[in-house]
Ligand binder design. Sequence first.
Ligand SMILES: [Zn+2]
Length: 141
Amino acid sequence: MTRRINPRKAKIHQSYTVEEAALLFGRSIPTVRSWIKKGLPIMRGQIPHLILGAELREYLDKTQRSSKRPLAPNQLYCLKCRKPQAPYGGLVDYVPISAKRGRLEGLCPTCEGICNRFASRRQLPQFAEIFDLTIRPHKSA
Ligand SMILES: [Zn+2]
């Protein structure tokens, strides 16, 4: 499990060496180097390379936002585990909410709780290929 980073620890008007940045966020030096490889800008004019606090903050902000775990087509989201899970046995129910939209429900293989995701009726043929899908009738109110 990786702990979340607080990008605000980086002071905007300060610059950091790789070592300092690693220390600041409690990460290893190779981790910070990997950020640089993935696009964190550094000032290349000097040795040691310096990372601007503002850049560091922006980079971490951006990557943390984008790491909001998109679901793979064969996954539902388990609220208890707080992560995507492939439902137990691939068994999934489609529970209609309206004529067009509904929820896919399955059992979490880890905690045996309910995992789900929203789906539109149009997506059902796709999901039927991935899951063992049962479509529940729409209870109209
Ligand atoms: Zn779970």
